[in-house]
Design a protein around this ligand. Sequence first.
Ligand SMILES: Cc1ncc(COP(=O)(O)O)c(C=O)c1O
Length: 378
Amino acid sequence: MKTAHRLDFIKDYYFAVKREEIRRLEKKGEPFILMAIGNPDLPPPPEVIHSLIAHLNDKGAHGYQPYGGLPSFKAAIAQFYRKRFGVELDPETQILPLMGSKSGIMWLSLAFTDPGDWILVPQPGYMAYASVARLVGANVEVLPLEAEKKWKPDWAKNSDKIRRAKIMWLNYTNMPTGEPASVEFLKETVAFLRDKDIILAFDNPYSLITRQPESVLKYAKNIYAVEFQSMSKNFNMAGWRIGWVAGHPEIIRQMAKVQSNIESGMFYPMQKAAETALDLADDWLEKINSIYDKRKRKVLELIQNFEGECNTEGGGMFCWVKLPEGMSGKRLADEWFYKYHIFIAPGTIFGPQWDQYVRISLTVSEAQYDEAIKRIRP
Ligand SMILES: Cc1ncc(COP(=O)(O)O)c(C=O)c1O
């Protein structure tokens, strides 16, 4: 059976393919140490699990839930923005819960692009922006992030691309580099976009896994902007599939229209438990950020072996490791994968020119970094 033409433009998701390979290799060898995917290894706060269980017996908990999310969950998100970022949002018109922020990439792209429109994606960056753009028939234009500019784009150099694009993706705290968005950068971005007919899609799933939390919605006045956030990384709830998009009411309305035709609400106890999580943010943050700080030190030990460099001042769940001149990230990742059963991500999956980098995740225990150090020791 011939597949739809649109599938000719995408590949199977890199991590899905590798996971399958790992399953096969583990049957014959030692277990893999998984340091490629940003899949939190720790549980969510215990209060969140208790809340989930407690709400399982609420009246109506197992029926279809409102399209566009529970009002109480949206109110909790609005409160979270007020408290953490000093941003006022109308829960009814400016917030849309999502089954993971990844699904929102599709809703936005379907709602606002026709085949042939242009979507700008940062590089290095999350591969889903470009894959989804291709699936909806849009053209993909790369917005290069410059290492010398702390992984920010150069607006002047890219102004023609921006003028013709319908959607521009930006992601800070940046994945894979960990760079935060400075206040100056956010202000400069908003000022640059003010007279342009383009949607700023600001992807912020690591909003709290950083010492410099920021929301673009604090600065995004009089432009078309939405921000995506997620419970996956901030609260170790990646498998739950829960996040949201917030911002410009018209964009939210159109995304909700698409979503309601494809999905039918989200599990009630999960939304209630997410409310509990948002309420706990203060204490929780300090706890998880200090765990990741300790793990970064372990990654530094691990990369000493080949004199890799990594800026540990940023946020997110990864170290973006620069390799010495002449060394290939792809080759290193393959060697560790097949020889030592250690899974790290080659920089090239975030853009073909980043072969001098690998991404190592902070989602394994300190003991597992020690085990990895042992395995690669010459
Ligand atoms: C930059 C970025 N955006 C979005 C996502 C998707 O997160 P979620 O689990 O909310 O779908 C990820 C997940 O790895 C990510 O790294």
